[in-house]
Design a protein around this ligand. Structure first.
Ligand code: G2I
Length: 436
């Protein structure tokens, strides 16, 4: 075909597909289409009560290719009286999503908040049975139609404990989460099953508690497919945001950014772009959902979304779109191969203990030496009578520590750190480090 016809055909194809040609690159012009270029979705939480607003539905159908019901599939909405299920508003969200060809995320089967009054007053096996029945009924009603379910929402405590949050559900026994995941899998085998939480937007005690639960679930065959990082953000973003996504992905689960909103202020557009780039950098980060469409639709009052109250695109919108298009348009055509590490590569480890009478904690620095590591073990010899009670950023068996998914790779000359706690006096002998 002559050159000018080729160009015309390309322009026509672009117009038909709703994409524009920017320079020599193909750049999509909506969030959903841009995300789709890299096989991801870009979604919004929506409310049934707003579907009559034409500005709202115009932006929704133009920009987004995934939806989450903001409240309509929660326990209080779907089972207001025990055993009497109401799906009217949840079904409206589903139908709206299907009408625009969007993925529908289900939110949320079990949560300590927004429980119907009858469940709030229950405990013990009656509550456990009611909760599992709720999971089974709702997941069965939506069977085959939900891309991913938030099976359990916000079950971990804030602060440094890394443990579970107290709730009526937690008091039915620590296994309530895995029971819920098993029931959800049985009811809808094709939905991805997610654990979803907030304040998990970097490597911290809470996200590490969840990380340990997911690792345990994977090792015992409890069905879990994804982790939702809500990402309700303020004026800063944790420097380990991407690393945290990566460590969950390395456990063999998808990661989804499920409820993104960012306080308006100097950094809003940059933070939105940073989140976008972090997700695009991790192949198992499958999509991003913002928690509402316009600032006026948000549960927050600090204008945290991508469209202003009039439905106009904000600077944050443009920064997200550009980041999506950069990620989709510039895959590295000729990546440098990773250098193969020498088998049995050497490494060294040094302890920096912090001791008190009867116990200690210590950080351990693993130093890769001359060749890169893909994994490592560090064995320590404990003074007699001493025991190890706890470890972080490593798994422990006896007195040998092994890297976890996100810190096994150490470049030549590089270091990584883990730590542990013990009783008695800290080890004094040089630990034995073995790399692979
Ligand atoms: O709190 C923000 C989100 C945190 N993660 C879980 C999400 O499910 C949660 O969403 C919010 C909704 O955006 C709010 O719209 O969850 C709130 C409830 O905890 C929702 O607020 C509730 C109000 O508290 C109720 O008074 C109201 O009846 O919305 C209900 C429906 O409009």
């Amino acid at each position: 075909m002559p050159r000018k016809f080729l160009a015309a055909a390309a322009a026509l194809a672009a117009a038909t597909a709703g994409i524009a040609v920017a320079g020599n690159a193909w750049a999509a012009t909506t969030l959903g289409a841009s995300a789709a270029q890299t096989g991801r979705y870009y979604g919004a939480a929506i409310a049934a009560g707003r579907l009559g607003d034409s500005t709202y539905t115009r932006i929704l159908s133009t920009e987004f290719n995934a939806v989450t019901p903001e409240n309509e599939m929660k326990w209080d909405a779907t089972e207001p009286q025990q055993g009497r299920f109401t799906y009217t508003n949840g079904d409206r969200i589903l139908a709206q999503g299907q009408a625009i060809g969007a993925k529908v995320r289900g939110h949320a089967l079990l949560w300590h908040a927004q429980q119907p009054g009858w469940a709030q007053g229950m405990s013990g096996s009656a509550l456990r049975n009611a909760a599992i029945n709720h999971v089974t009924q709702v997941a069965t009603h939506y069977r085959g139609k939900i891309y991913a379910w938030d099976v359990v929402n916000e079950a971990f405590a804030d602060g440094g404990s890394g443990g579970r949050r107290d709730s009526n559900l937690q008091r039915t026994g620590n296994d309530w989460i895995e029971a819920a995941f098993r029931a959800a899998r049985a009811a809808d085998p094709n939905a991805k099953l997610c654990y979803n939480d907030y304040n998990t937007d970097g490597i911290n005690a809470k996200s590490t508690g969840i990380y340990n639960m997911v690792r345990d679930f994977k090792s015992r065959g409890v069905p879990i497919d994804c982790v939702g990082l809500q990402s309700h953000l303020g004026t800063t973003i944790d420097s380990t945001y991407q690393q945290n996504i990566q460590r969950f992905a390395d456990l063999g689960v998808d990661v989804q950014i499920t409820e993104l909103d960012v306080q308006q202020g100097g950094n809003q557009a940059n933070i939105f772009a940073t989140v976008t780039r972090a997700c695009l950098a991790v192949s198992r980060c499958t999509g991003i959902t913002v928690w509402g469409i316009r600032d006026s639709d948000s549960w927050r009052s600090d204008n945290p979304l991508l469209f202003d109250g009039n439905g106009n695109k904000k600077a944050a919108y443009t920064s997200v779109l550009n980041a999506l298009n950069a990620g989709g348009a510039t895959p590295d055509p000729d990546p440098e191969p990773e250098p193969e590490p020498e088998p049995g590569a050497g490494c060294t480890a040094t302890l920096t203990p912090n001791a008190w009478t009867g116990g200690y904690t210590t950080s351990v620095r693993v130093n890769a030496g001359g060749s890169a590591l893909t994994g490592w073990t560090v064995s320590v010899s404990l003074p007699s009578g001493g025991t190890i009670t706890n470890a972080w950023n490593a798994t422990v068996s006896g007195s040998t520590f092994t890297n976890v998914g996100y810190n096994g790779r150490v470049p030549a000359g590089g270091t990584t750190e883990f730590g542990f706690q013990g009783t008695g006096a800290p080890p004094t002998a040089t630990p034995v480090c073995q790399g692979s």
